[in-house]
Design a protein. Structure first.
Length: 203
C-alpha cells in the first residue's frame, strides 16, 4: 500500500515528512494544518508522514483526526521507518517529491540533509533553532505560518522545483571529503595557535 500511495499522477506533488517521534518539537500539527489549507486552495498534494514506533499509534491517530474527512485520502500516516527503508524511499521518490521539515527545534537534523543529498527537494523552517536550515537557501525556507508555507508549496509545484539537482549538488560540495579534511586541518591550526598563545602567556 505504501508503494502504491507514493505513485503520484503527473499533476500531483508528493510531500514527505519522516520523524523518529511525533512530539511537540516536530510540529506535525502545523504540518497537517498547512497542508490541509494547501489542498483546499487547489494544490494537488499527496502526503506521506512517518513517525513513532508501530506499537505507539495513538499520536498517529491524533494527527489523522486533524484531517477533514474529504481530504483523508490525500494522507498516509505510518510508523517510523528504519534507516534502510527510509533510504529506499528517498531513492524511489528522488526528483519526484518534496521533503518537508517543520520542526520547532532540531540539532543539526540529519534527515533533511540526507533527503536533499539523495535528490529529494527539501524545505525547512527559517529558524536558527533548526540547525539544518543553515545549509539551505532562503527560498527553501518558510516562517511558521500556514499561508507562507502554502505559498512556497505553490511555487515549488508551479516551477516543478523538485525535479532539479541544485540542492544535492550544492550539499555534496559542502560535505565533500576535501572540505572535511580542510575543516579538520583548520581546527587543528586554531588549536595549535591557542595553545602557543597560552604557553607564551605562561612564560
Amino acid at each position: 500500500m505504501r508503494f502504491k500511495f507514493i505513485s503520484v499522477k503527473k499533476n500531483e506533488m508528493l510531500i514527505i515528512s519522516t520523524v523518529a517521534r511525533i512530539d511537540y518539537f516536530k510540529n506535525l500539527e502545523f504540518l497537517i494544518t498547512s497542508l490541509v489549507k494547501s489542498l483546499d486552495s487547489g494544490i494537488p498534494l499527496k502526503v506521506l508522514i512517518a513517525g513513532d514506533p508501530k506499537d505507539k499509534g495513538e499520536r498517529r491517530v491524533a494527527l489523522i483526526n486533524l484531517i477533514p474527512e474529504h481530504l483523508k485520502q490525500h494522507f498516509l500516516i505510518i510508523q517510523t521507518l528504519p534507516q534502510n527503508e527510509l533510504y529506499s524511499l528517498f531513492k524511489l521518490v528522488r526528483n519526484k517529491a518534496t521533503f518537508l521539515c517543520t520542526s520547532r527545534y532540531e540539532t543539526l537534523g540529519i534527515t533533511p540533509l540526507e533527503a536533499a543529498m539523495m535528490g529529494v527537494y527539501t524545505i525547512t523552517p527559517n529558524s536558527s533553532l533548526v540547525e539544518a536550515s543553515m545549509y539551505f537557501s532562503d527560498e527553501d525556507k518558510f516562517d511558521y505560518t500556514p499561508s507562507q508555507l502554502e505559498s512556497i508549496l505553490r511555487r515549488i509545484y508551479k516551477e516543478k522545483r523538485y525535479v532539479r539537482h541544485l540542492q544535492a549538488d550544492y550539499l555534496k560540495k559542502i560535505f565533500s571529503n576535501e572540505n572535511f579534511v580542510e575543516s579538520l586541518l583548520s581546527s587543528f591550526q586554531l588549536i595549535e595557535q591557542r595553545f602557543t598563545t597560552k604557553q607564551e602567556l605562561i612564560n
